[in-house]
Design a protein around this ligand. Sequence first.
Ligand code: SIN
Length: 185
Amino acid sequence: MSFDTTADNRHMTHFDAHDSVWLFGYGSLIWKADFDYLERRPASIEGWTRRFWQGSHDHRGTPESPGRVVTLVPDEEATCHGMAYRISPSLFAQLDHREKNGYLRVITPMTFDDGSQVEGVVYLAGENNAAYLGPASPDAIARQIADSRGPSGPNRDYLLNLAQALRELEVDDDHVFTLERALLG
Ligand code: SIN
């Protein structure tokens, strides 16, 4: 697969005829909601865990020196907490561009804080995408984040903003907070 998933995502037409669709955000989509949404609510998805295992060649790094951003990794025991946005399906063109470095739109059930469930969309960067970096030690990940910057700014801001947003949502995420401590260490 190429680095640019825009064309693949264009084939995901499942929600095109709907008035609105719920998008689950677990990374920058939690703290950088610079798009038009109709409503937003804290939500979670089952069976996935957040990891800084995805390379960023376009936002928080460069092709020569990629940064690290989050994707979701399958984990039967895990619940990933984030923020859901109700959006118009017409917004996907803009979001596909933002998430083009390996992320594909995938249909997922999500659960709101009151226990109600809807089917919506999550951007997922699977282990076969060209920008995938995979696991590394917390110190190595934190060092790479400390050393990287890209057109959207320093990679460290991505990690620190995500950690702060998770604290505000009262979400305990050991992976993210361990990396934050290693970065600030
Ligand atoms: C997301 O936030 O849901 C996807 C990953 C990112 O854009 O940081």
